[in-house]
Design a protein around this ligand. Structure first.
Ligand code: PLP
Length: 367
């Protein structure tokens, strides 16, 4: 499985801190392992100081060096198109108006808040919806900033669900994580605490650490939303990370982003969602790629998303079919999109399109 770094002892390879310390950040390091394309060299040079580059040895080792369109490669190595003036002129740094009056906190839905606790990530995904925070350097919120967010949640009794995100929230120290979770657990109206983390995909070694798992288990119920985009990301290591979380009673749901060239293909998505079910991860959302400045080149049409959803229906357990959703600009909320199965209706008489082909007339009365 490990294509590069075979000389690294298993003990170090399985250590999250080693993975973070040895992240690949320069063109020279990448070139030791793979031959870069001219547009990648240009991408690495032109994004310098604007959108950082960092790849864990683990994630990097999933790249097939012989495939220039490798889906892992496209997600983590910049290309010239990222800084192309046309691409840069489209989209917005913060299309969802996440930045509000309290640093790090977004309160869009009445019952849910989003806490953004750090700008650090193990890997900087080229399609990140929060690319704007990359350039701020790697900094986690101070205890003071965290306290301000928590005080807000305390005062707002309508908040039942706290989504902790970043950056990479599970990169925080035990001390800060313990502080956040213990404070949230003191608030009676907070019922759900979730982490939005891509570490099961980018550095699953984080979950080989019993001390972290003990901490998460202690503050149960905790949920995890992760971000697998391609079947190649399902590896023995990511599977082990998921297994360890599930054993501690932490459910793991997945949010995929539809990305041009990476996974905008029905068969790839089917394989991804089948693979996720196999490791007991529920595909929750398939997000349409957001209009984020610097990531527009990953966008597909909405028709592509609908085509994929059509293909899935009838080919995989219902459990494996996520909700395809578009986040409306201006922070107006996420809305589901489904293929049209009702072709006609007249009163209680419906004409449905069957996922197996053909139509079915069906009258349904409320008696
Ligand atoms: C997506 C999002 C949530 C969570 O939405 P769910 O549909 O419950 O996953 C909460 N707050 C903000 C600002 C969001 O963007």
């Amino acid at each position: 499985m490990r294509r590069f770094f075979q000389e690294v002892p298993e003990e170090l390879w399985r250590d999250y801190n080693w993975q973070v310390k040895n992240r690949i950040k320069t063109r020279q390091t990448i070139e030791r392992y793979i031959k870069l394309l001219p547009e990648e060299i240009q991408g690495i040079e032109s994004t310098k100081g604007i959108y950082p580059l960092a790849i864990t040895p683990y994630y990097f080792s999933l790249i097939d060096p012989d495939d220039p369109q490798d889906p892992i490669r496209l997600q983590c190595i910049p290309r010239a198109i990222e800084m192309d003036p046309k691409i840069q002129s489209m989209g917005e740094p913060d299309p969802f108006k996440e930045e509000g009056s309290i640093v790090g906190l977004t309160h869009r839905y009445p019952d849910r808040v989003l806490m953004n606790v750090t700008t650090f990530c193990a890997v900087y995904c080229r399609h990140c919806m929060r690319k704007r925070i990359f350039s701020q350097g790697e900094r986690s919120r101070t205890i003071e900033e965290l306290k301000n967010m928590i005080d807000y949640i305390k005062k707002h009794e309508e908040v039942r669900d706290v989504l902790i995100s970043g950056g990479e929230p599970l990169s925080l120290s035990y001390k800060k994580l313990d502080y956040i979770l213990s404070e949230l657990r003191k608030i009676k109206h907070v019922e759900i605490v979730r982490f939005g983390t891509r570490l099961p995909v980018l550095a699953p070694q984080r979950f080989f650490d019993d001390k972290l798992l003990d901490l998460l288990e202690k503050y149960s119920p905790i949920w995890i939303n992760t971000h697998f985009n391609h079947p190649k990301e399902i590896t023995p290591e990511s599977q082990e990370a998921i297994e360890r979380l599930l054993r501690r009673g932490i459910p793991v749901n997945n949010q995929t982003v539809l990305l041009k060239g990476v996974n905008d293909d029905p068969q790839t998505m089917l394989e991804l969602f089948r693979g996720l079910l196999r490791i007991k991860v529920k595909p929750q959302y398939l997000f349409h790629c957001d209009p984020v400045k610097g990531a527009i080149h990953f966008r597909t049409s909405i028709d592509k998303g609908i085509e994929i959803m059509e293909y899935l229906r009838g080919r995989i357990s219902g459990m494996g079919i996520p909700t395809y959703a578009v986040d409306l600009p201006g922070g107006r909320g996420k809305v589901p999109i489904t293929p049209q199965y009702v072709l006609e209706r007249e009163g209680d008489r419906f004409v449905f399109r069957s996922p197996f082909g053909g139509t079915v007339e069906y009258e349904v009365k409320d008696i």
